[in-house]
Design a protein around this ligand. Structure first.
Ligand code: ATP
Ligand code: MG
Length: 554
């Protein structure tokens, strides 16, 4: 009997339980707030599934919000990809789709409110001067010489900023907090800057844009977010977050909670670095199957279920760590194991001729679609005199313990017959271009009781099989050297992509559609490429091989 474990709650669930018990909130509302400056990656998937999962668990709401307050790097292409990726992951925002840029008027009003309260001022210091005045971890900052401007003067100047009277960088609005604070984020942070840049949604309506630390709490407060879950790098910003919601006197202040980012060991995970690989042409776009962007994982053949299993296995913690990629591979194998058909496909074909098999005969062998899941039924696979087998399943001079095909040896052709190798044909360079064998008609089906064979190899009919391209992937990073060098450059593995153009597959695979997944027996799990498979051109991506180095700790 399977025991159902009581899974212990993570620290965020405990914090939410406490808030609900103490009446701090009477419901839960979470959000996922990506900046549309790139595609989402596996780390974002963790954040999405965490936020969405909590909203489901507590019967609350989940908001999808584009944090588009920095127009220089944001693009509609990214907005569209992010929406598609989140939908694919299954996080349903229903009608709660928001854009931070829709709140620009409220943010402007919020800044005016701070000015009126004497809590914000316009400064003429340059970015460099502001940095200089800010002090260090060990030294307090110096007062900004413009901090003494009157409320009226600040209101007028801020309005002039909005009306385009100043060039980029000429003036900023700063919150008046504490230049001596031990937390540098609290030393009169800049909350608005001038930037004459077109925004992907608001066009040229604004030439001042709010800074993240000011905008984010306002976005959360406007939407009635209860728990604003973000990653650890924002921990030091939390006092500022709280300051903003307090000074703006929001009736139901949201709460920021931080957790550790998800990193994969020896894998390029950060958006900035993925972008670099894309922009430098090292990969073929954001959805190159070697990347761990969500679009790439999808194209490679990962399922939302596998990604969900993975983030659940990783768990939610405060401690920064790094997870091994084989754990993600374990999850996709587990997910596909009983779900997909197990087909025969020859990736590196060599011809096998059964000399005593009738010339034009075709037999249809009954093959289980998935030996571990009988509910998936069976199919008929054509067997003919000429077949293809994997080149590595034959050796002319085999080492000890090689049980596959070699002259004089009998092996099982999976689901078909026992055959005995009789010889090979070679070309003028000595390369084997054809293997000969004879079959024993008594052994049909491959489960012959009369005598045992040690090797079983798979095959595809030469006349009935179909051609396809298969792509095999390896880590884009040279794992021996690690991902990053000190100068921020990356160690690239030049052999991360292998293209096999002459693969031969069972004829039934002619019906495979983009994103269909299969096991190719002995070779791994594969997915029909959603970009390069068109019409009768079939391209398969290897998702993962069958062997695992990963052991689940229980
Ligand atoms: P990156 O660090 O890759 O550049 P980002 O944090 O700049 O990503 P955003 O679009 O700002 O990307 O992130 C949206 C949300 O996803 C944020 O709440 C952020 O904390 C979260 N997030 C980003 N990276 C990870 C990660 N590796 N693991 C978990 N959550 C992440
Ligand atoms: Mg960011």
């Amino acid at each position: 009997m399977e025991e159902k474990e009581v899974v212990s709650k993570n620290f965020i669930e405990l914090a939410i339980d406490k808030d609900l018990a103490e009446g701090v909130y009477d419901h839960v509302c979470t959000r996922f707030p990506p900046e549309p400056n790139g595609y989402l990656h596996i780390g974002h998937a963790k954040s999405i599934l965490l936020n969405y999962g909590l909203s489901q668990e507590y019967n609350g709401e989940f908001h999808m919000r584009f944090d588009d307050t920095n127009p220089t790097k944001e693009k509609t292409e990214f907005v569209d990809s992010i929406k598609a990726d989140i939908q694919w992951l299954g996080a349903d925002w229903k009608d709660h789709l928001y854009y931070a840029s829709d709140y620009f008027p409220q943010m402007y009003e919020a800044a005016v409110k701070l000015i009126k309260k004497g809590k914000a001022y316009v400064s003429d210091l340059s970015a460099d001067e502001i940095r200089e005045y800010r002090g260090t971890l060990t030294e307090p900052g110096k007062e900004d010489p413009y901090s003494t401007r009157s409320v009226e003067e600040n209101l007028a100047l801020f309005e002039d900023m909005k009306n385009g009277k100043f060039a980029d960088g000429e003036k900023v609005l700063r919150a008046r907090i504490d230049m001596a604070s031990s937390n540098i984020n609290m030393r009169d942070p800049v909350i608005y800057r001038v930037a004459h840049v077109s925004h992907h949604r608001t066009g040229d309506t604004w030439c001042i844009y709010p800074m993240y630390d000011f905008a984010h709490p306002i976005e959360d407060a406007i939407e009635g977010i209860t728990h604003s879950i973000c990653t650890l790098e924002f921990e030091d910003h939390r006092p500022l977050y709280d300051w903003v919601v307090r000074e703006l006197e929001y009736p139901h202040p949201p709460k920021q909670i931080e957790f550790a980012k998800l990193y994969l060991t020896n894998v390029v995970t950060g958006k900035r670095y993925i972008k670099k690989l894309v922009e430098n042409g090292i990969v073929d776009g954001w959805d190159d199957p070697r990347l761990v962007s969500i679009a790439a994982l999808r194209r490679r053949g990962f399922t939302p279920e596998a990604i969900k299993m993975f983030v659940e296995l990783v768990g939610v913690t405060k401690a920064q760590g790094s997870v091994e990629y084989p754990m993600l591979e374990y999850c996709i194998r587990e997910d596909l194991k009983l779900k997909v058909k197990r087909m025969m496909a020859i990736l590196d074909p060599v011809k096998l001729v059964i000399d005593n098999y009738p010339e034009d005969q075709v037999e249809y062998m009954d093959v289980a679609n998935n030996q571990e899941n009988p509910e998936m039924g069976t199919r008929k696979v054509p067997f003919t005199k000429e077949l293809y087998i994997e080149r590595e399943d034959f050796m002319e001079e085999p080492p000890k313990k090689y049980f596959r095909m070699f002259p004089g040896n009998e092996v099982r052709l999976m689901n078909a017959y026992y055959v005995t190798c009789t010889g090979v044909d070679k070309d003028e360079n000595g390369n084997i271009n054809c293997i000969h064998c004879t079959y024993d008609p008594e052994t049909k089906g491959g489960n012959f009781a009369g005598r045992k064979v040690k090797g079983t190899i798979h095959w595809v009919s030469a006349s009935r099989g179909i051609n396809a391209e298969v792509r095999l992937y390896d880590n884009i990073v040279d794992e021996e050297k690690g991902v990053y060098n000190e100068d921020g450059s990356m160690n690239i593995n030049p052999n991360s992509l292998t293209i096999l153009k002459n693969c031969v597959l069972e004829p039934e695979l002619a019906n495979a559609r983009p994103e269909d997944r299969f096991q190719f027996v002995r070779n791994g799990y594969f997915c029909v490429d959603n970009k390069d498979s068109k019409g009768n051109v079939l391209v398969f991506n290897r998702i993962v091989s069958l062997k695992s180095s990963f052991k689940l700790q229980k």
